[in-house]
Design a protein around this ligand. Structure first.
Ligand code: UDP
Length: 241
């Protein structure tokens, strides 16, 4: 079932359900893609019809962040839970390791995918990482050719929004992979170069605050969170959904 949060059609799934849906998409190898918008990205999509269309065209739309879940509650159509992109990615890696599947890591600054790959292999020794490339390429052709040759089951596309959504939608037909996942800064998290908030902060929905403390340059972007919530409240008050 889909739930509309300010125009973005989210899948109303738990983490386990998100994982099952993702796994069911793998065998067809038709370049299905999953997006993981947080409230900043939903706010951006409210002002960018092209980004909104790319998000809503995805096979799976997961609510990455407490802000989106809160927004859905204010709109009286609550989403079941937050499905953080990085946690979803980790679960998917676990599945690939168990089933002999492979992943290709695309994105991040040079060296980040390698570091992330080392951490992934340490956690999942049976995981096959069949290729990796940084996200600062100028020519897409060799990147596409390398992914086609590697034939991964899953492609992590970590280029930030909206670049990753544009990449996945544009190359869907050329990339016979099971699933592409647009995961923003997740490779930085796996690599350990950007630390995640302590568990108690995640539990209290304060992960955004931790990121703000660690990366104050994000302040401008993060103002989109209160702007998003204000827009949600206005919509709720007007009774239009
Ligand atoms: N990035 C990239 N290529 C680009 C721009 C960004 O690979 O041309 C990477 C960047 O290094 C970072 C990620 O994309 O790892 C975006 O992370 P950010 O935290 O800004 O995005 P979010 O997760 O909030 O979408």
């Amino acid at each position: 079932m889909k739930i509309d949060v300010m125009g973005v059609q989210f899948d109303n799934v738990t983490m386990d359900e998100a994982l099952s849906s993702a796994i069911s998409l793998l065998p067809a190898r038709r370049g299905a893609y999953v997006v993981t918008p947080n409230s900043e990205i939903v706010y951006e999509a409210m002002h960018d019809p092209d980004l909104l269309a790319l998000l809503n065209k995805a096979d799976l739309v997961l609510p990455d962040g407490a802000g989106v879940v809160l927004g859905s509650k204010i709109l009286k159509t609550p989403l079941k839970e937050k499905v953080a992109g990085v946690d979803f990615a980790d679960r998917l890696l676990g599945h690939l390791a168990e089933t002999g599947g492979s992943v290709y890591l695309l994105g991040g600054k040079p060296g980040i995918a390698e570091k992330a790959g080392e951490k992934m292999r340490a956690k999942y020794p049976d995981l096959t990482i069949c290729g990796m490339a940084d996200g600062y390429f100028t020519d897409e052709k060799p990147v596409i050719a390398a992914i086609q040759a590697a034939k991964p089951d899953v492609l992590f596309v970590c280029l930030g929004a909206p670049k990753q959504e544009k990449f996945m939608a544009a190359h869907q037909k050329e990339l016979p992979v099971g699933l592409m996942a647009g995961l923003g800064g997740s490779l930085d998290s796996f690599a350990g170069t950007v630390k995640r908030a302590p568990k108690w902060m995640i539990r209290m929905n304060l992960e955004w605050f931790y990121r703000l403390l660690k990366e104050p340059r994000r302040f401008g972007r993060m103002l989109r969170l209160p702007k998003f919530l204000w827009a949600v409240v206005l919509r709720r008050m007007r009774g239009a959904r």
